[in-house]
Design a protein around this ligand. Structure first.
Ligand SMILES: [Fe+2]
Ligand SMILES: [Fe+2]
Length: 522
């Protein structure tokens, strides 16, 4: 490929591997192309987002309002809309977006018909300041806006538009910006959710978005390593970091995330050491995730919600990871305690048939990062105690799926197409890290094995991270399905008298690469 005509600052280059340098340059090239597009729109009279100079935020300034930015609100276009459920998806939705310059009186218009958006809800402004680093990057202001919609009707499609003083989404000129979302049904209904981790900004990442949209999911779970604005993922200030990468990310995902609630959790690349607390200040500015009992003001990736007959729990595995310990122990055990209580509550809820837990670092994988002993030690006893039905991870940029695992061993083989009962067999762990970032592989000599291409099942030599970042070798029998391509998970949940989770993994082409069924007490 042609490399752009601006290089990597030497202060950054000496900390980056060749692969990271290549990725950095590719990103800069893509960003420049997007800037050209944004500039063209601006020439037509509208400022959109996307990075740098005249676009996203004001570099080196803290302009508090549109008057300070000197630009009238009518030419500042919202971008990067993304939705998230509140703790109760039947009645709560959070609408978030970004503006490239400070605006006055941001708001959401909402209604149940596209021609009636008379209801206005004020939005909150979260201004994120990123300090400059001499010779590396300029300071940057980013303006994230959030509106909390409560008291919605279950099972209802709403139309909404976002605006601010001078920019009314209900006006004839802006009506094309109106989007929709749907609240969770009052009772159990069949629904689909999708999941992947490790997305980033790339052609493959955008293709993942379009592929999952075709499944018409009620929502999407993002298992962390969201954007890769932090290129190194070590959670240190010495990591390479470009905050404007987030503008590209949110813009890339807008076609999906403006209608499909985008439920993220935090991976190692989401610890951005420049923001307190614990490197999560940026995430707290960008996302409005459910406030569901844990401390949403300090740990954005830890929350829970119930949709239909399934309870979902998002965890922040940076808290327990032995591999990348920047945030190891940062909740002082409070997250794990909360998890124990939350799983107990979900299991005691008679409307909940299944409990799905998702987080970043793998409990069980044989790909590059392999398994994290911290996750195993802290959380697996709780998953077993409360009979969690499915665990979804990212971190390894592949698709890998285990047999049902009980006490660290194969409880029952779960070949492609099989059914498993967590109360009898143990738990199936899925690594769905093929969301768009550069792919990994499997240990040398270990073949892929997936639907239509099943190879002989054999033990795999792998390792697990132990305290002190040491790798403990292990030979494992549980690696059942392995696929190297971009892929995502699509799960259909059924309620009623025979509740089931029908789990499929799909390549970006839509081709199915794995499927199995989870049913309890059969
Ligand atoms: Fe990753
Ligand atoms: Fe990761």
């Amino acid at each position: 490929m042609d490399l752009p005509d601006f290089g990597i600052p030497p202060q950054l280059a000496h900390r980056m591997s060749m692969a990271e340098q290549h990725e950095y340059l590719r990103t800069r090239l893509m960003r420049r192309r997007t800037l050209v597009t944004a500039g063209a729109v601006a020439a037509g009279g509208l400022l959109t987002g996307c990075g740098g100079g005249s676009g996203s935020g004001s570099r080196g300034t803290t302009s508090p309002s549109s008057s300070a930015s000197g630009v009238h609100g009518s030419v500042v276009a919202p971008f990067g809309r993304h939705l998230a459920f509140g703790a109760d998806p039947k009645t709560q939705m959070r609408v978030s977006w970004q503006v490239p310059l400070a605006v006055r009186k941001p708001y959401v218009r909402i209604g149940t018909r596209p021609d009636d958006l008379s209801h206005r809800i004020e939005a909150e402004v979260r201004d994120l300041h990123t300090p400059g680093v001499t010779g590396v990057r300029s300071a940057l202001e980013q303006y994230y806006l959030h509106a909390a919609l409560d008291g919605l009707r279950p099972g209802t499609t709403y139309y909404y538009g976002v605006g601010h003083e001078g920019f009314d989404p209900a006006s004839a000129a802006r009506r094309a910006t109106i989007a929709t979302f749907r609240t969770a049904p009052a009772g159990p209904e069949k629904f689909v959710f999708t999941a992947f981790g490790d997305q980033g900004v790339s052609r493959a990442a955008a293709a993942s978005d379009h592929a999952l949209l075709r499944r018409r999911p009620a929502f999407h779970l993002h298992a962390g390593d969201i954007c890769y604005a932090d290129t190194n993922g070590q959670g240190r200030k010495s990591d390479g970091y470009d905050p404007s990468y987030w503008d590209l990310f949110l813009k890339q995902n807008e076609p999906v995330a403006r209608t499909v609630p985008w439920m993220v959790t935090t991976g190692n690349h989401d610890m951005e050491a420049w923001y307190s607390p614990d490197g999560y200040g940026g995430q707290l500015a960008r996302w409005s995730l459910p406030e569901s009992g844990f401390d949403a003001r300090t740990a954005p990736g830890v929350y829970s919600f119930t949709y239909g007959n399934v309870g979902f729990v998002a965890l922040d595995a940076n808290d327990v990871s032995y591999e990348i310990p920047a945030n190891l122990g940062y909740t002082d055990g409070r997250q794990t305690k909360w998890l124990d209580g939350r799983l107990a509550e979900l299991r005691a809820d008679r409307s909940v048939d299944f409990v799905v837990v998702f987080f970043h670092h793998c409990a069980y994988s044989t790909s590059s990062h392999a398994s994290d002993g911290g996750v195993r030690e802290q959380w697996l006893p709780l998953f077993a105690k409360h009979q969690v039905d499915l665990v979804i991870n990212g971190h390894n940029h592949v698709y890998e799926r285990t047999d049902a695992i009980r006490q660290g061993e194969v409880g029952r083989a779960v070949p492609v197409g099989a059914s498993t009962d967590p109360t009898r067999d143990g738990i199936v762990y899925v690594t769905a890290g093929g969301g768009g970032r550069d792919l990994y592989g499997f240990p040398s000599g270990v073949p892929e094995s997936y639907e239509g291409h099943v190879t002989r099942h054999e033990a795999v030599r792998s390792f697990s991270w132990a305290k002190g970042q040491s790798a403990e070798k292990e030979t494992v029998e549980w690696s059942r399905v392995r696929y190297r391509g971009f892929s995502f998970l699509s799960v259909e949940a059924t309620g009623g008298s025979r509740p089931a989770l029908s789990v499929s993994a799909l390549a970006q082409s839509g081709e199915r690469i794995d499927h199995f069924e989870v049913r309890r007490g059969v």
